[in-house]
Design a protein around this ligand. Structure first.
Ligand SMILES: *Cc1c(COP(=O)(O)O)cnc(C)c1O
Length: 397
């Protein structure tokens, strides 16, 4: 089928939640490159929204999925699953968590985190503690609870009344958070580096202050690391930049390298609140998803991808800052590692993104004035030089 036929079929049969998509359909990929149905090549600096951390067709991931698919894809968590236990072990051994539960997406992992925080206090005999405080401009998912947790009105409006128990405060404002915490609060939930709203990192001082506040008030701290976790920021987990540990954190996006899987990770004292029957998932943690997760974790940990994200990310941010020095339209470069936001002083983000696309480079945009850049963690300095040249062409054209 050619592109126009695909678009026509989509418009006729698929729900129109994505509007007019970028007019391209990809057929296959290798490394950081994608090829479309017309045979045209693109360099990917968006990773399917921070999912394809290993790039495309990574042999370790492809082989793990192939081999597992031939043996056993699904059997239900009513039975013991070796890959599930093994992936949980790898996550526990490399993080501050003691126990893991697998879901199928970021939103679902966050739902699990919110449920765990609530049940933790129910079982302590404090059922009045159910409120979760999140941050403005956060993004926690599209389910009814996670969209209520998301601090962006545009996601709330069509779905009022919202799931009760959520409120949000501005990022990096400890006083506002202190004022918001009351007797009904069970947890603070935040992204150490906010992604979807345009890449806003929390400050070191703020995160340390939030941890201290949660300790003082006896409430739980949840980090949504669905996007910033797993090497994206140049450390395996985002919380490692801040020298604090959350009680609960969630993962998804990169965990399966393109195969859907999410994880709810928690300290032992918190995780113990989930007892048999309290939570579950039909698909979550099935052998195939966990085999993919194991291959991704093995590659991240043993092929130096986290170190690459840090080194190449610093190089990238340095080059973008130098570009901003030459072109005042780039008013700020934000981010950590390979999670980068470029603030524009004019509403030209969509036009610049489209120009890059025409040159064969994929990036993202937020609203009219932010570029969002999330390359696979295998990207090299040379790849970045090419991207920055194209970006410079696009802004000066
Ligand atoms: C993408 C994202 C989610 C939602 O993940 P889904 O897999 O789309 O449900 C939640 N939190 C953060 C920080 C995200 O970036």
């Amino acid at each position: 089928m050619n592109l126009n036929e695909i678009i026509e079929m989509d418009k006729k049969y698929y729900m129109n939640t994505f509007g007019n998509r970028t007019p391209v359909c990809f057929e296959y990929g290798k490394g950081i490159d994608l090829w479309d149905t017309e045979g045209r090549k693109y360099r990917d600096f968006f990773s399917g929204i921070a999912v394809n951390a290993l790039g495309y067709s990574h042999p370790k991931l492809v082989n793990a999925i192939k081999e597992q698919a031939e043996k056993l894809m699904h059997c239900s968590s009513l039975y013991y699953i070796e890959q599930q236990a093994h992936l949980a072990k790898v996550l526990v051994e490399n993080s501050c968590a003691d126990r893991v539960f697998f879901a199928n997406s970021g939103a679902e992992a966050n739902e699990g985190a919110i449920k765990l925080a609530r049940i933790y206090f129910k079982k302590k005999g404090m059922p009045e503690k159910y409120g979760v405080i999140t941050l403005r401009n956060s993004f926690h998912g599209r389910t009814l609870a996670t969209l209520a947790a998301t601090g962006q009105e545009k996601y709330h409006k069509p779905y009022m009344p919202l799931t009760p128990g959520f409120s949000s405060v501005p990022i990096n404002d400890l006083e506002a958070l202190e004022e918001a915490v009351d007797e009904s609060t069970c947890a603070v939930m935040l992204e150490p580096v906010q992604g979807e709203s345009g890449v806003y990192p929390a400050t070191l001082e703020y995160i340390k202050g939030v941890r201290d506040l949660c300790d003082k008030k006896g409430i739980l701290l949840i980090f949504d690391e669905v996007q910033c976790g797993l090497g994206r920021t140049g450390k395996l987990f985002g919380y490692q930049h801040f020298d604090v540990e959350p009680d609960i954190f969630t993962l998804a996006k990169a965990l399966g390298g393109g195969f859907p899987i999410g994880a709810l990770c928690a300290k032992a004292h918190t995780a113990a609140a989930f007892e048999p029957g309290d939570h579950g998932s039909t698909f979550g943690g099935n052998p195939l998803a966990c085999a993919a997760g194991l291959a991704v974790m093995d590659t991240l940990l043993n092929d130096g991808l986290v170190e690459n994200a840090e080194r190449v990310g610093n190089y990238f941010i340095g080059k973008l800052k130098a570009l901003a020095g030459k072109h005042p339209i780039l008013s700020e470069v934000r981010g950590k590692g390979l999670m980068i936001g470029v603030q524009l002083s004019e509403d030209r983000a969509v036009e610049i993104k489209e120009k890059c696309f025409r040159e064969g480079y994929l990036i993202g945009s937020v609203g009219g004035n932010i570029l969002r850049i999330l390359p696979p963690l295998i990207v090299t300095e040379q790849d970045i030089d090419g991207m920055v040249d194209v970006l410079e062409g696009a802004i000066t054209e």
